[in-house]
Design a binder for this molecule. Sequence first.
Ligand code: GLN
Length: 486
Amino acid sequence: MSWNTFATVAETVKELDDKKVSAVELATHYLDRADALQPVLNAYVTLDREKTLAEAKVADEKRAAGDAAPLLGVPIAHKDIYLIDGWRTTCGSKMLENFVAPYTSTVVKNMTAAGMVTLGKLNMDEFAMGSSNETSYFGPVKNPWDLSRVPGGSSGGSAASVAAGLTPASTGTDTGGSIRQPAMFCNLTGLKPTYGVCSRFGIIAFASSLDQAGPFAQTAEDCALLLSAMAGFDTNDATSLDRPKENYSRDLAKPLTGLRIGLPKEFFGEGVAPGIAKAVDEALAVYRKLGAITVEVSLPNVKYSVPAYYVVAPAEASSNLSRFDGVRYGHRAAEYTDLMDMYKRSRAEGFGAEVKRRILIGTYVLSHGYYDAYYLQAGKLRRLIAEDFKRAYEVCDVVMGPTAPETAFQFGSKSDDPVKMYLNDIFTICANLTGQPAMSHPCGVDENGQHVGMQIIGNYLDEARMLNVAHQFQLATDWHKRHPNI
Ligand code: GLN
């Protein structure tokens, strides 16, 4: 069988429907390619051929029996933060190096119910903390476009695997930009839904009030298919939104005539690399040609996003990661004197430097006497930022700007300076603080040939419209059709 490894999810569904390919053939193709490129890209943490082929076989049998699940037999790879019963789930950490999940996350369950076949577990920054995939205990993931550059983070494996044609699609999670920024660095489309649209049950928690699951794919059309499968109310997650299932593909074909695009002046300032500013401007010209109009808006409080995030996220992380104590989960030190010593040694050995930094910051900002000064203030800033967006949506339908201030950077260029690394998320973090949906789609290249992403931030629950907007852009452009030579 010869298979176009860059076929989209939509194309794959069609080939399966037309009986041109079977689920087992697809799984075999992508597993072979994943094996071949693992030494080059390090995109996966775990592959389990037997499990995957067994799932694919079931998918083929179901199809033969007339099952009409929408994505029956389509392969998908999951960020190694999603629990899947019987699969090792490491979260990119030494702490969970040998942890085998005892149950399956709701999102993976939903995707399996839609017929998708699990290809494996993807590499990521340790506990999803990072913007470059350099904090993974399993080593960095390489950017398939340029092996000397990072793929973005924390969902670096999720992005590199789709970009390199190791899988038609993947899942990621986004706490401060971890879907959108790697999507930009690897020339993909990635979406972080409204907080509460995808269940967090069975996804290892980083910062519970910010974490959201979402898809990576080549196109907005694919993201719509994937999100339709992933999303849905779940009684196991108290923050899950109790609302009917949506078909996120329903508005894809709508023309953009009259669409009002809000351009926040805060997203177009000095901090943006000139090559990015140019690509974004040219993409906006395409949008205008498609009938959209652009209006300037202001989000005066977004400048507080990074500081507010680096209080809230570490605070919640310090609490969430306290469960890794060497008793209930994960790594336990081989030698210790008493219980307290065992906790200390297990955690000292099991966590990497970035995770320890976050736990220290988080414990500090939550400690007696500092809570009011930091955590409480950060909560107020979240509200102010949300109010800025509310005002903006009085005059526009979507907000747009660059996804990140810089394109994919060289390994090691930021790892000594955490603040430099944190600033990579300067445009993405606001949507996590407010809970709004946001996505990134390919929109050009800079002077070094590195990819630029356009971020679309939508109003709450406006995913179908955002996907429509990105899809119409993709019908008019070819940026998303570029693939690395690998
Ligand atoms: N880069 C950000 C951080 O390190 C965001 C990570 C994420 O979205 N998971 O916290």
